[in-house]
Design a binder for this molecule. Structure first.
Ligand code: ADP
Length: 313
């Protein structure tokens, strides 16, 4: 009855082998399943057309495929809807801008005519106020058009190698007259040439918006410093001022569309400058941040990526 002694270990071995084999198959199936789901999600999320296998069997994968097919359909419908909405908004904004252009130009002309007339002191004051409001309206319309063109991709950001110092110099030059009127000293702490891929025109606009704010929100006699720092992955443009500063609770909000702090309503502006600056940086794969203490000035930092992060300067 020797063979009876072997029966238990052999049976146990067989069970262990069967369990191991089952475990291995299970792992393999899970891997295959996860791989298929991953592939499907890749196609769906990149906006491609995902087609389920021809026959959907009543298995776990079959049921998952049905759900994925539904999700893909929904996703495509939503992105088509949002594309259509974007086109509509773009059309609406360009219509409004087109329709308001003539009345605004006419108003400017009439204001000019009125300015040549004999007016009372009160009349002059009202005319001045009217002129400011018309200019604000004009600026607002132009900014809306710019914003919608940027958002809908009509205006494309084109990065090409260029000297960022030159871009900064052009932005600084544009605020010199206003800074001079307020006797604010402007310092640019970088000279020479620093080549980096960027869109010169749009980056200049972003930097100008920050500098323009620095001049607006800094008292007479203050200072503004512009500096460039080479970092590991990004090039940092820092613009700091000695102005009123921004309380921490509002530091995220100031980058949103049309946000203006309550205390600045007597100053010109429509609350679009920082929003545009942020979008311009994001479209160049960069970003923007602010550090500030109320009453202690503000430092805005704009980051632009080097083209080859790994073999950067
Ligand atoms: P605008 O200047 O037209 O109001 P922005 O989008 O450029 O719009 O700025 C949004 C708000 O952020 C401003 O209204 C102001 O309250 C605040 N802000 C921006 N820059 C500064 C700064 N350098 N110092 C203090 N506050 C600032």
């Amino acid at each position: 009855m020797d063979w009876m002694m072997w029966i238990v270990p052999v049976a146990a071995g067989a069970i262990v082998m069967a369990l191991l084999w089952r475990n291995y198959r299970l792992h393999k199936n899970i891997e295959e399943f996860a791989g298929k789901v991953e592939q499907a999600l890749d196609v769906i999320s990149s906006g491609g057309e995902w087609k389920p296998e021809a026959q959907m069997e009543d298995s776990l994968w079959g049921r998952t495929e049905t759900q994925l097919a539904r999700a893909a359909h929904l996703f495509q419908r939503k992105s088509e809807e949002s594309r259509r909405e974007r086109v509509q908004i773009k059309g609406l904004i360009s219509d409004i801008s087109h329709q308001t252009r003539t009345p605004v130009s006419n108003m400017k002309l009439y204001i000019e005519f009125l300015g040549e007339e004999e007016l009372s002191e009160d009349g002059r004051q009202f005319l001045k106020k009217l002129q400011t409001q018309v200019e604000r309206l004009d600026f607002l319309m132009q900014s809306m058009v710019k914003m919608s063109r940027l958002e809908t991709g009509i205006l494309q950001i084109q990065k090409e190698p260029g000297d960022i110092c030159e871009t900064l110099r052009r932005a600084v030059a544009a605020v010199v007259p206003d800074a001079a009127v307020k006797q604010i000293d402007l310092f640019m702490e970088s000279s020479g040439e620093v080549m980096i891929d960027h869109d010169g025109r749009w980056t200049q606009e972003a930097v100008f918006n920050i500098l323009d704010n620095a001049v607006k929100y800094t008292e007479s006699g203050g200072e503004i410093h512009v500096a460039l720092t080479r970092q590991e992955i990004f090039l940092k443009i820092s613009i700091s001022d000695t102005g009123k500063g921004i309380v921490p609770e509002r530091q995220a909000e100031i980058f949103t569309r049309f946000y203006r702090e309550p205390e600045v309503h007597d100053k010109p502006g429509v609350g679009i400058g920082l929003y545009l600056a942020r979008r311009i940086m994001e479209l160049q794969k960069g970003y923007i941040e602010v550090e500030s203490e109320p009453g202690e000035g503000a430092e805005f930092r704009l980051y632009l990526p080097w083209r080859h992060a790994q073999d950067k300067v």
